[in-house]
Write a protein that binds this ligand. Structure first.
Ligand code: NAP
Length: 252
């Protein structure tokens, strides 16, 4: 019997895989055996190297996920190169910071487009392919602590990540019948480009660290276990959850 966390022979699409959490999860999925389609607007050269070093294949699709235009190419090329899609990790996302009183429609739309709109329509396209292939699949959305909390000065981000938690539930409800598991991971505070401004702000950095029972910022590799779990047969009866990986932030 194969190990329940084994991803040998599986194909995963990871968006925003050139850096940060996307890179951490792509490497973890490759370590567990998966081949990868790496999607993003910056060349994921380091990630390709790390994946290939593990003996897995990496296919790159350069795409700006601010629009729906690249979806057909992402799905089409993955099927052409690897023969199908087993796992989708909707990781790419952005954040815009400003007081709600001054927040602009541009900063609203840019965040909602990538964090919610593209996430939904890429999931739809991948789910259509999974349903046609009749082999089920795994969709993992990247949520946030701001799926649970309000935050401050990030109104479009909080709305988008609260939306991701709701979308994860409805898609699980609709697609579980096809053997597709839809779940989310809510990272706590991780040291990446996304949180560079917070890390650099001494006051906020101290406040944040003071609330994390683990006593440190997360590293991208800290997400690997949750990603492999939700991508593998080990989570076949897990549906619609948003799993916090936060060093205990929400427990405080
Ligand atoms: P990051 O280092 O800024 O990475 C974001 C990724 O998304 C990058 O690969 C980025 O590509 C890509 N991306 C952004 N806009 C894109 C676009 N229009 N088209 C294609 N790709 C695009 O941040 P991260 O921390 O790893 O964030 C990854 C995910 O985790 C995001 O959804 C974020 O909201 C979420 N998250 C992060 C934290 C945290 O503490 N870091 C906490 C909770 C949730 P470029 O490098 O080209 O910009």
């Amino acid at each position: 019997m194969s190990h329940p966390f084994d991803l040998t022979g599986k194909t995963a699409i990871v968006t925003g895989a050139n850096t940060g959490l996307g890179q951490g999860m792509a490497v973890a999925l490759a370590e567990a055996g998966a081949n990868l389609t790496l999607v993003g607007r910056s060349a994921p050269s380091d990630t390709v190297e790390l994946v290939e070093k593990l003996g897995r294949k990496a296919h790159v699709v350069m795409a700006d996920l601010g629009s729906l235009d690249p979806i057909e190419k992402i799905v089409g090329e993955t099927k052409e190169v690897f023969g199908g899609i087993d796992i989708l990790v909707n990781n790419a996302g952005i954040i815009k910071r400003n007081d709600s009183i001054d927040f602009t429609p541009e900063d609203w739309d840019s965040v909602m487009n990538i964090n919610v709109r593209t996430l939904f329509f890429l999931s739809q396209a991948v789910a259509r392919s999974m349903i046609a292939a009749e082999k089920g699949g795994k969709i993992i959305n990247i949520a946030s602590m701001l799926s649970y909390q309000g935050g401050i000065r990030v109104p479009s981000y909080t709305t988008s990540k609260s939306g991701v938690m709701g979308l994860t539930r409805i898609l699980a409800n609709e697609w579980a019948q096809h053997g597709i598991n839809v779940n989310a991971i809510a990272p706590g505070y991780f040291a990446t480009n996304n949180t560079a401004a917070l890390q650099a702000d001494e006051k906020r950095n101290t406040e944040i660290l003071g609330r994390i029972p683990s006593g440190r910022w997360g590293k991208p590799s800290d997400l690997g276990g949750a990603a492999v779990f939700l991508a593998s047969a080990a989570s076949d009866y897990v549906q619609g959850i948003t799993l916090p990986v936060d060093g205990g932030w929400l427990a405080r």
